[in-house]
Design a protein around this ligand. Structure first.
Ligand SMILES: Nc1ncnc2c1ncn2[C@@H]1O[C@H](COP(=O)(O)OP(=O)(O)OP(=O)(O)O)[C@@H](O)[C@H]1O
Ligand SMILES: [Mg+2]
Ligand SMILES: [Zn+2]
Length: 503
């Protein structure tokens, strides 16, 4: 029996591989709920065993993957199946393979290829106290992130056999200090003008608020969104491991960066399917919202997304988690992210522009606004108008704008205050406050109360709008290092109120 593992959601689960050979007509069967990729393993294993210079057993071969009720996905079983067959046919001594975990896809010549989710799989080996874990060479650094687990990372089946039989012993992969990949995000200093929008992005970063950027084409909405990760706090080691695990299962972990230290920035196109956006599938895979975990999900041209996809965002936005239910199992994927959405103010793009006039019909305008549901907008705390900048502001020889590094310093200070505030809660930022916490932490003085009262009356601010203003005001006060929410904080928060028709 050979030990291996499969992923369920982002968790690894132990799997035992047993092989049996009998005489009779040639037949190769894999049983125990394997998916198509595991079935294809038969051809790869057959060629790889021959390619590595061993003999492929004749007759009837049965490979059993246990436990039977666990759905097993992916090509990672190639290696344990091949090893099990070599042991079964006495080409390799079984004692040499005991208490070792095997994961890897085989090429036809016996070479070992990278598989998804190695980090989750290696964690299983650690949990059950395996002597060591064998993974494809390309996954070695990733698996070595599991502390206290010995990793052997051969390039091929041949290398592995030479190692097991002590003909040529391989050195374990050393857990090298993870490389910090530079932020790919744009720097705020490249964006000229847009003082109000930048300030709003700073508030978003400081309090974890979701943002909607509304402005005409070419005004810099995409630039602002792409710059947001550059002012977010760095990932903690635990967060980095979690992000890496999700990206590995999702198959998007870059080969040269085994540990994801940068905050994810995901920008799915509006034609992306709902499943790709929120996760799912017959063998559940993480969606864009989970790949954006701990980072930013950017939805450009928000009204172009199908309504169904936007509706599906509501659960993750509320709970920070995606639940995918299948007959066989229920899988949960983490999905705590900051949503940045952008859109034009109207189909033609010039509504509210001072220099050009909007040519959209009233009916068109209403249809455009209806595309995005109230409940989704309700989860977006900051609605920001991004105006077109004039030439004087845009001149590249003009005054230099503030760098992301500077802005980030203020963000970190505000985050620290929140860490203290929510020490005993399960949340980390103001945006996640539930009503009870809002009551506790967002008390206003009389003058501020009066201003807000006036706004509720004049702007027809709804109850949800009111709570939203309070949360944003809390973050603005934190940026100001003020324990109390003052009149000026409320006044600024009111500026990020959307148009009345969106309420
Ligand atoms: N404030 C700005 N400072 C410097 N460059 C800018 C600014 N605004 C826009 N640009 C330039 O214009 C280009 C387009 O900006 P961006 O893609 O962010 O616009 P957008 O608002 O997303 O437009 P669209 O609605 O068409 O998607 C940028 O690549 C940048 O070169
Ligand atoms: Mg854009
Ligand atoms: Zn228009």
């Amino acid at each position: 029996m050979i030990l291996s593992a499969t992923t369920v959601g982002i968790d690894g689960k132990a799997v035992k591989v047993e092989a049996d050979t009998q005489g009779g007509l040639p037949n190769f069967m894999v049983v125990g709920l394997p998916d198509a990729a595991v079935q294809e393993a038969r051809e790869r294993v057959r060629s790889a065993i021959k390619g590595a210079g061993f003999e492929f057993p004749r007759g009837k071969i049965t490979v059993n993957l246990a436990p039977a009720d666990l759905k097993k996905a992916g090509p990672g079983f190639d290696l344990p199946i091949a090893v099990a067959l070599l042991v079964q046919t006495d080409q390799l001594a079984g004692e040499l393979c005991q208490n070792i975990y095997f994961i890897g896809e085989l090429g036809l010549d016996g070479s070992l290829r990278a598989v998804k989710g190695t980090l989750s799989l290696a964690k299983v080996a650690k949990e059950v106290g395996a002597d060591y874990c064998v993974v494809p060479n390309a996954n070695g650094a990733e698996a070595a992130l599991v502390e206290g687990l010995k990793i052997i990372a051969p390039k091929s089946l041949q290398e592995l056999i030479a190692h097991l039989t002590k003909v040529k012993v391989l050195d374990p992969v050393s857990g090298s200090a993870p490389k910090r990949v530079n932020y790919e995000a744009l720097d705020f200093s490249y964006i000229r003008g847009q003082a109000q929008a930048k300030r709003a992005m700073e508030i978003a970063a400081a309090g974890g608020h979701n943002v909607l950027l509304i402005g005409p084409p070419g005004s810099g909405k995409t630039m602002l969104a792409r710059s947001l990760p550059s002012i977010l706090p760095e990932l903690s080691y635990e967060e980095a491991l979690e992000v890496t695990t999700i990206h590995s299962v999702g198959g998007i972990l870059p080969a040269d960066a085994p540990l994801q230290l940068t905050r994810p920035f995901r920008s799915p196109h509006h034609t992306t399917s709902t499943v790709a956006l929120v996760g799912g599938g017959s063998i559940p895979k993480p969606g864009e919202v989970s790949l954006a975990h701990c980072g930013v999900l950017y939805l450009d041209e928000l009204p172009e997304f199908p309504r169904q996809a936007l509706e599906a965002l509501r659960q993750p936005l509320e709970d920070g988690i995606v639940t995918v239910s299948r007959a066989a199992q229920t899988v949960k994927f983490p999905a705590v992210f900051t949503l940045v959405a952008s859109q034009n103010p109207c189909p033609c793009g010039f509504r509210g522009d001072l220099k050009r006039s909007c040519i959209c019909s009233p009916a068109n305008l209403i249809r455009y606004e209806r595309k995005i549901s109230g409940p989704l907008l309700d989860r977006i705390d900051l609605h920001i108008q991004v105006a077109r900048q004039d030439f004087k502001t845009l001149r590249i020889d003009g005054e230099k704008a503030e760098t992301s590094q500077n802005i980030r310093r203020r963000v970190l200070r505000a985050r620290k205050i929140q860490q203290k505030r929510f020490k005993k809660e399960k949340i980390s930022a103001n945006a996640q406050m539930h009503p009870k916490l809002v009551t506790k932490h967002c008390q206003l003085e009389d003058s501020s109360q009066a201003l807000l009262q006036q706004a509720v009356d004049q702007m027809h601010l709804s109850a949800r709008g009111y709570i939203r203003v309070l949360k944003v005001a809390r973050t603005i006060a934190d940026l100001d290092q003020s324990e109390k929410i003052l009149l000026k904080h409320v006044a600024e928060a009111l500026q990020y109120r959307n148009q009345p028709e969106f309420n």
